[in-house]
Ligand binder design. Structure first.
Ligand code: F6P
Length: 740
């Protein structure tokens, strides 16, 4: 609307100037013409009156006779007065009251003195008049002056009328012009611009059905510029990424491996120590009877970073969560891990129940988690949780700062539990190089803006030199959020934020896994899959698989509804298809997780009752922590794996499934709302909210030709091989080294 208004206003101003200028000159011309006409008329009239009066004066000079004589001249159009001023001061005039007045006396004197006509415009009784005087001659002597007074009011009236007509014409013209311009602008300018703007915004990526929006009241052109500048920046980043990728593959000619990363980092770090901070510890020690066992938790952060620190060595600081954790650490709360091949040091931070409640369950998982995931669970923001979150961040900062020597340290901070940590460290150690990787999505600016402490969070994060996300889409959302919330300079071409003289680069680093089947899985006995089938009644069954933490973002309800629908739609699958869900309990102290679990269990129960036949149950919900060996056996057993997250930063289950299928068999059905779907275009991509569509994808997976399965699986495995976790780490650390 803004642009339409601007165009129409400019058009109207231009038209007003032209019409007003043109009318002004026309009015002047008309006035001149009318004055000329009047002058001619008075000249002619005065000539004939002069002759008549002069010949009358030859005969008499008695005033009353002259008065009677001049009365004969009355009645001429627009002639409203006639004065005869004799040289001796005597005046004879029409109308007679003029005789008593001094009006035009001076003009008559001028005529007599100059012996030539005088023509002036003047006022008489409030009327505009013209006086035209000529000398009266008797016997070659000037004896007086004859003045004709004409009404000029008609000229003023005619010019006034002319202006009125012009104004009317202009108003009609303006209305017609505005209407025509409005249509032309809508059809030919703003309409197409708005459509292009929309296309560009869509092309920028609508990930979860939520369009990128903006608070600022933007016009169509601004929207287009905004979209185009973002798109140009994305293209530039994509190009740089491609150059970087081809450089890595071509120059080195090999795939990134643990050994290559180790060599690379040793040469690049040159003795610098690597520090990792995360909430979840990579190894948990817990009691099992009289024994202490060491387990690895179901965590994307751990899956990603454990191989990195195993390759580089260094120190990992994390929250101690195991009930035997204290029993294995030294006086500084440190232990070497993994126990079977010590490669790096784990330093444990102890939190009280209160601290864990406020920082982990409260602010991190009831606040930030639902805030960043668009899965329709409301975030809860409690002041006491926020205070706890701040204090625990400070506790981790102190624990880390204690470990630093004089060398500038390289610090990798993980996830949404530590948004404030980068600034806390930077304030104490400005020489530290910090990368913060955000493992979950970053929503659009409006969604994030509901957080009451958004400014503190963003400021905390900007203590990092690098802020990393899984996708460019999340980077753009972050830049946008900072742009709106903080006073700062954003460089959209380089994806950098400068605030208070400090610059943070915002980059996508799509996380991955090590790219080869897990060693534990390979060690399994002769026919572990047969055993699994036997143990779980899966002989001769088609098997679908889900592997998740039990979390409302994972779309478990949608997944089971799709299973129900496929059994309903294709009844021959009843008794034949079993869906195994390996669900690891998670965050069970939080109300929304408890409610969600109950709902899931109820649905599973309902579906199982509906389709059970003898021993057959369509859904096998194995609700416990599963070790990696067991998970990988199930991956290799399944006919299809279904990842139905409603919103997910990356989702490493998808990548693990592909990497485990050396047989190039099995189909991945993948939610389009995961980061992984950006890389796995050869998976069957689904919208998990669309139960019918997901059910159809399941049927497609079960009936897919073996060659097509191989083709799709090969492509995904190639991606996991090339873009593995070592490369993720190398890219992020390379970027961090650049900031030295
Ligand atoms: O996605 C974020 C993340 O930290 C993942 O790394 C991991 O899968 C999950 O959350 C673990 O959550 P928690 O540590 O709360 O069990």
């Amino acid at each position: 609307m803004k642009i339409t208004l601007r165009l129409i206003l400019s058009l109207l101003i231009a038209t007003t100037i032209v019409v007003a200028g043109f009318s002004y000159f026309q009015a002047k011309h008309e006035e001149k013409r009318l004055n000329e006409e009047l002058r001619l008329r008075t000249t002619v009239l005065s000539k004939s009156f002069k002759e008549a009066i002069e010949s009358f004066l030859e005969r008499t000079d008695q005033p009353d006779r002259i008065q009677r004589f001049i009365e004969k001249f009355q009645g001429h159009t627009r002639l409203i007065g006639l004065v005869v001023d004799m040289k001796d001061g005597q005046r004879i005039a029409l109308p007679p009251e003029l005789t008593q007045e001094e009006l035009f006396k001076k003009e008559s004197e001028k005529v007599i003195e100059g012996n030539k006509p005088v023509d002036i415009n003047s006022k008489w009784n409030g009327r505009k008049v013209n006086y035209h005087g000529v000398p009266l001659v008797k016997e070659d002597q000037i004896v007086g002056a004859l003045g004709l007074v004409h009404d000029r009011g008609f000229i003023v009236a005619q010019i006034g009328q002319f202006w009125k007509n012009s104004a009317l014409t202009f108003s009609i013209l303006a209305i017609i012009l505005s209407i025509v311009s409005l249509f032309v602008i809508r059809w030919s300018v703003t309409g197409p611009i708005a459509r292009i703007g929309l296309m560009v915004q869509k092309a920028l990526g609508v990930e979860t059905g939520v369009e990128p929006k903006t608070d600022k009241e933007q016009g169509d052109i601004e929207k287009l510029l905004y979209g185009v500048s973002h798109m140009a920046a994305s293209l530039k980043a994509a190009r740089l990424d491609l150059v970087e990728q081809s450089r890595a593959v071509n120059a080195e000619g090999t795939i990134w491996t643990k050994e290559r990363l180790k060599d690379y980092l040793n040469s690049q770090l040159r003795g610098k120590k690597l520090f990792v901070v995360s909430n979840r510890e990579p190894y948990i020690h817990r009691k099992k009877g009289n024994e202490i066992e060491c387990i690895t938790p179901a965590s994307g952060v751990v899956t990603a970073l454990d191989p990195v620190l195993q390759a580089t060595g260094g120190l990992w600081i994390a929250h101690a969560a195991g009930n035997a954790d204290r029993e294995v650490v030294d006086k500084d709360s440190k232990v070497s891990v993994p126990p079977w091949k010590p490669s790096f040091t784990l330093k444990r931070v102890w939190l009280s129940e209160e601290e864990e409640k406020g920082y982990y369950y409260g602010f991190s998982n009831e606040g930030l988690w639902p805030l960043c995931h668009i899965s329709h669970v409301r975030p809860v923001f409690r002041m006491e949780d926020w205070h706890c979150y701040r204090e625990v961040n400070q506790k981790f900062a102190d624990a880390l700062l204690k470990e630093l020597d004089d060398d500038p340290p390289m610090i990798l901070i993980q996830d949404y539990h530590f948004a404030l940590l980068p600034k806390m460290i930077k304030d104490e150690r400005p020489d530290a190089k910090i990368a913060l990787f955000w493992h979950i999505p970053w929503p659009n600016a409006e969604a994030f803006g509901i957080c009451p402490w958004q400014e503190e969070i963003l400021e905390g994060m900007l203590g990092s030199d690098i802020v990393g996300f899984h996708t460019q889409f999340h980077c753009n959302n972050f830049l946008d959020t900072v742009d709106r919330a903080l006073e700062c300079k954003i460089n959209w071409a380089n994806f950098e934020i400068t605030r208070g003289g400090k610059t943070s680069a915002v980059r996508p680093f799509p996380i991955s896994i090590s790219g080869v089947p897990n060693a534990a899985a390979q060690e399994t006995g002769k026919d572990p899959l047969e055993k699994l089938r036997q143990d779980h009644g899966l002989k001769d069954k088609k098997v679908g698989l889900g592997v998740d933490r039990i979390d409302y973002t994972k779309g478990l309800l949608e997944r089971f509804r799709a299973i129900e629908r496929v059994l309903e739609k294709y009844p021959h699958l009843q008794g034949e298809l079993v869906f195994v869900e390996l669900g690891a309990p998670s965050r069970t102290l939080i109300g929304s997780y408890q409610d969600h679990l109950k709902e899931v269990e109820k649905l599973v129960e309902k579906i199982n009752q509906r389709f059970q036949k003898g021993n057959y149950r369509p859904i096998l919900f194995l609700e416990e922590h599963h070790d990696q060996k067991r998970i990988f056996d199930f991956y290799r057993l399944a006919d299809f794996c279904l990842v139905s997250s409603l919103h997910d930063g990356m989702n490493l289950v998808a990548k693990e499934f592909a990497s485990s299928r050396e047989d190039e068999n099995g189909v991945l059905i993948l939610s389009r709302f995961t980061g992984a779907s950006h890389e796995f275009s050869s998976a069957l991509l689904v919208n998990p909210y669309d139960v019918e569509g997901t059910a159809e994808a399941i049927h497609q997976a079960l009936t897919m030709h073996p060659e097509e399965k191989k083709e799709r699986m090969r492509k995904m495995r190639q991606i996991v091989r090339e873009y593995n976790i070592y490369r993720w780490a190398a890219d992020m650390i390379t970027e961090l080294l650049r900031s030295f």
